[in-house]
Design a protein around this ligand. Structure first.
Ligand SMILES: *[C@@H]1O[C@H](CO)[C@@H](O)[C@H](O)[C@H]1NC(C)=O
Ligand SMILES: *[C@@H]1O[C@H](CO)[C@@H](O)[C@H](O)[C@H]1NC(C)=O
Ligand SMILES: *[C@@H]1O[C@H](CO)[C@@H](O)[C@H](O)[C@H]1NC(C)=O
Length: 327
């Protein structure tokens, strides 16, 4: 896609996202197909990305997905269909960032996609703000598991000082320190750039905030109920790494040094791949546990999946289904 086409698509995308219901209805039934140089008005599907069995179960159990066809690419099944009448393609990527990125890239190459909606579970790093059952729509995500591991007693110390965590007393530790690293963001319209935070598309973030602010969430599953009313939180930052974080001291480190309120193993991979393709995206995280404080039970984990799916569905249904598809 050329830069100009991308700009046209972006402007149109912004217009469409801010459009309200009535316009959405008329767009669903176009009378004419407008052709420009190599772009045309077409049905755009929302790319719905999930990583786990539980997330897929929440989708299938809802009865809202209607299957049209399945497409196999690189060992993943891409399910083409509708979610509550909105055209989507959903894919279960499998876990860890390489699997997530591979599946998102395949989705974007093979289908005409308006943007990526990712939903999945995450651990809370700040129990004052996010507890199990809550859903977070963060405004930025980062890979926080990419390190330069410094030499023992190196002059330049990394932010993570292992000696600070010696038990029962702080002291020296042969592991030394590790410094968080930036990641190279490749994108269609800019030169490659070293970045740490990956911002969620502001137009979709704002649309989600508007669309979802009063949403009621589920609080019980199989007789287990949450201790308090769940809420959708907009804003804050999320951390992604290829390790599952159960350790309280490390969770506190992520909160203090990066201001990250959640941890997962997928969101930043969705973000980086979407940004690299110049695609809109949004991240929706269901809180399943509080890192180092409260582990997830199967029931609570499933409520988190259902709540994240519920928020994702509401958002998907607010996205216009027509847009410019450019070759
Ligand atoms: C979806 O539809 C296709 C084509 O009709 C079919 O081959 C496939 O088995 C269906 N998948 C599911 C999960 O129902
Ligand atoms: C990482 O990127 C940020 C901008 O996102 C920049 O401010 C910072 O200096 C970079 N850090 C390194 C070590 O390159
Ligand atoms: C962390 O986030 C809070 C709330 O958004 C903000 O007030 C604070 O300045 C941030 N701290 C750092 C170190 O970025």
């Amino acid at each position: 896609m050329s830069r100009i086409n991308f700009a046209v698509l972006l402007v149109l995308g912004l217009l469409l996202v801010t459009a309200k219901q009535s316009m959405q209805m008329s767009l669903r039934n176009p009378t004419a197909e407008i052709e420009t140089s190599n772009c045309k008005i077409a049905v755009l599907r929302v790319g719905l990305v999930l990583t786990s069995e539980n997330s897929e179960k929440a989708l299938l159990d809802s009865g809202l997905f209607t299957n049209i066809s399945d497409v196999e690419i690189a060992g993943r099944t891409f399910h083409v269909g509708t979610l509550d009448n909105t055209p989507i393609v959903y894919v279960k990527t499998g876990s860890q960032t390489v699997n997530v990125a591979t599946a998102v890239q395949s989705l974007l190459l093979k289908f005409s996609i308006s943007g990526i909606v990712f939903f999945g579970n995450a651990g809370s790093l700040d129990e004052n703000v996010l507890v199990p059952g809550d859903v977070l729509v963060p405004e930025a995500v980062a890979f926080t598991g990419v390190w330069e591991w410094e030499e023992f007693r190196a002059q330049n110390k990394g932010k993570l000082v292992f000696g600070n965590y010696n038990y029962p007393e702080n002291g020296e530790n042969l592991l030394g320190t590790a410094a968080p690293q930036n990641i190279t963001l490749y994108s269609p319209s800019e030169d490659p750039e070293e970045v740490f935070w990956l911002p969620v598309s502001s137009s979709w973030f704002e649309a989600a905030t508007e669309e979802l602010k009063d949403l009621k969430l589920k609080e019980c599953h199989s007789g287990r109920c949450l201790p308090r009313t769940s809420k959708v939180v907009f804003g804050l930052k999320s951390s992604t790494s290829d390790f599952y974080v159960k350790n309280k001291a490390y969770g506190d480190f992520l909160l203090e040094k990066f201001n990250a309120s959640t941890t997962d193993a997928a969101s930043a991979a969705v973000a980086l791949t979407s940004l690299s393709n110049g695609k809109l995206f949004v991240v929706i995280q269901g809180i399943s546990n509080i890192v180092g404080v409260e582990s997830s039970t199967p029931e609570i984990g499933y409520i988190a999946s259902q709540n994240a799916f519920h928020v994702a569905t509401k958002f998907v249904n607010s996205i216009p289904t027509q847009g410019l598809a450019c070759e």
